[in-house]
Every structure is written in structure tokens, then in C-alpha cells.
Design a protein around this ligand. Sequence first.
Ligand SMILES: [Zn+2]
Length: 213
Amino acid sequence: MDAVLDRIDHDPELKVVSQDTEISTSKRPSRAEAEAAVRTLIRWAGDDPTREGLIDTPKRVTKAYEEFFEGYDQDPEEILARTFDEVAGYDDMVVLRGIRVESHCEHHMVPVQGTAHVAYMPNGSVVGISKLARIVETYSKRLQTQETMTAQIADAIEKYLDPKGVAIVIDATHQCMSCRGVKHQNVYTITRQFRGCFKEADQERRFWDLVRG
Ligand SMILES: [Zn+2]
């Protein structure tokens, strides 16, 4: 949430909008306020939020939002804090292939779904592999652009693990591309960050060989 508030603080346009509409950006709204906002959107869509099938929808939507956006409450430093030095001399890359990515585009708030491949070259110590998947979740379960989340995942692993290198590839489809406007079907967006030793051509090639199986 801090990142969002930060952005609003530094974006004069967003600030003007928030002042005009008297929406407080300084604290999270209450659950009742969030549910009222969903009822407004149902009416905006052209339906009646008081009819039987929709009566509990605001409750379900706010609950779903807690899950969709739980990344705002996760701390990457805490997730990557525990490392292990006892690796019997293991000195090669660690690759997690095919981590499911479920995110929401920050421009239309519709799903972005795909796969992430995450690799790092340990610098003496390793981290629990499930923690790498959780870092992907920390940044994907927010309002995002694919470019930003790819860089943020790489930044966090670089900063808190201090490895010799980190490589992130995300391959995803954006529902805002396939379901609205120009309706491009089956378009996959690929973003990548190669840092440290993964900038070397042979390490990058080895990474791709492992990811492609
Ligand atoms: Zn979008």
C-alpha cells in the first residue's frame, strides 16, 4: 500500500483528482466503504445491486480483493531473511521454473495471468526455494505492470540475497488486451531482467536451457 500512496504523493495529477473528489488517500477505506464502492460499480455497469443474485456480491468482491492484493501486506525482506550456508559446496544456479503468476493490470484492474521463471546464482548461501515463489506473489498480488513487477522481483532478490546474479522471465497474457478494445487473442507478453553474472552470454544460455527443459 505504501508504494501506491507514495506514487500518489509524488504525482501532482493524481493528487488534484483525489482533492476534487474528496477521496482520502491517506488511509485504507473501511470494509463498508469498499462494499459501497462495489455497489456503485454494479450500478455503473447497469444492474441493480439490491437484486437477490447481487446482494452479497460486494461482500464477495471485497473478500476476493483481499486475496488478489495480499502482496501489499507482504514484506520481501522478511521473506528472504532466512538463508542457509550448509550446501556442501553447491555453487551453481538455482532455477524455479513455471511459477504461476496471477496479477492485475494497474490500468484496467483486470487479470494478468502467466508464468515466471526465477533464477539466482548463490553467493555462498541459499534461500528456501518456496521463498522465491513467495517473492513472485508479493509483487504480483498488487496492481501492476508486468515490466514493474519483473524489475521489483529482481531488485528484491538482489537486495536481500546479494547473489552473484539473478534472472527473471515472466510470460503472461493480459485480459485487457484480449477482452476489451482491440481484442488481441493469444498474445503473450514476455518481460525479463538479467542481472550480475546472468548478463554473460553463456550463463544466460544455460538459464534458457534449464527453463526450456
Ligand atoms: Zn490493462
